[in-house]
Ligand binder design. Structure first.
Ligand SMILES: N[C@@H](CCC(=O)N[C@@H](CS)C(=O)NCC(=O)O)C(=O)O
Length: 225
């Protein structure tokens, strides 16, 4: 087995918010992986053989362990190397706040985000109804960001990284509405918008959003980051 074959393998989809946060954590940890870009409707058999649940991201470690939840990938990457101190100390208040915010994001907020984004599939209510329900979470994030520049304090942490790709998705459902100019109407979440822009423009985010062709078995391995 050569060295490249021993790299962990990341099955990823560029636009998936779960995969984005996993790529950001891997990039931050400076762990090199082999990146395999998948197409959701054509998950590669090699990935399904390791992870029949068929969602991305999936990280197959060099020892054969399979991490098939983005949060497990983030935890693993930061436990290997956390040069920016993204993960608060276990049992600290910051840690429980981060986990609670991410739970809310992945649970109730994601549910409303999906309904807002695909409102035609949920005709019981108009899109604005789901937007308002998801917006309640964003308002709370905005309030936090009024106290400090990042969700937990003065530094970016795992909470910002794990939640940001979903806020990005929410914003992009109707960007003109999300960006509404302050002179036209009060911007709904000014600090959240600044927080989002800061991350969108960051070198880290740009670096994890490079485009790769769909992975084929015969490809030369692509090293990431
Ligand atoms: N809980 C999983 C969720 C991953 C997930 O739902 N990924 C979506 C893409 S954004 C997926 O793979 N969906 C499968 C499909 O659409 O076929 C995680 O955190 O990794």
């Amino acid at each position: 087995m050569n060295n490249q074959a021993r790299l962990p393998v990341l099955y990823s989809f560029r636009r998936c918010p779960y995969a984005m946060r996993a790529r950001m954590a891997l990039a931050c940890s400076r762990i090199t992986v082999e990146l395999r870009e998948v197409v959701l409707r054509e998950m590669p058999p090699a990935m399904l053989a390791c992870s029949p649940k068929a969602t991305v991201p999936v990280l197959v470690l060099a020892d054969g362990r399979v991490l098939e939840e983005s949060r497990d990938i983030i935890d693993w990457a930061l436990s290997e190397n956390d040069p920016e101190g993204w993960m608060p100390a276990a049992e600290s208040e910051a840690y429980s706040t981060a986990m609670r915010l991410i739970d809310e994001n992945d649970g109730a907020f994601k549910e409303q985000l999906d309904r807002y984004k695909y409102a035609v599939r949920y005709p019981e209510h108009p899109a604005g109804y789901y937007r308002a329900r998801g917006g309640a979470f964003l308002k709370r994030l905005n309030d936090r960001l009024g106290r400090h520049p990042w969700l937990l304090g003065d530094r970016m942490t795992v909470a910002d990284v794990a939640i940001f790709p979903f806020v990005r998705q929410f914003a992009h459902v109707d960007k003109p509405w999300f960006d509404r100019a302050p002179w036209f109407d009060r911007a709904p979440w000014p600090r959240l918008q600044q927080w989002l822009d800061r991350q969108l423009q960051s070198e880290l985010f740009t670096s994890v959003m490079k485009k790769y062709p769909q992975w084929q078995e015969s490809d030369v391995p692509i090293r990431f980051p």
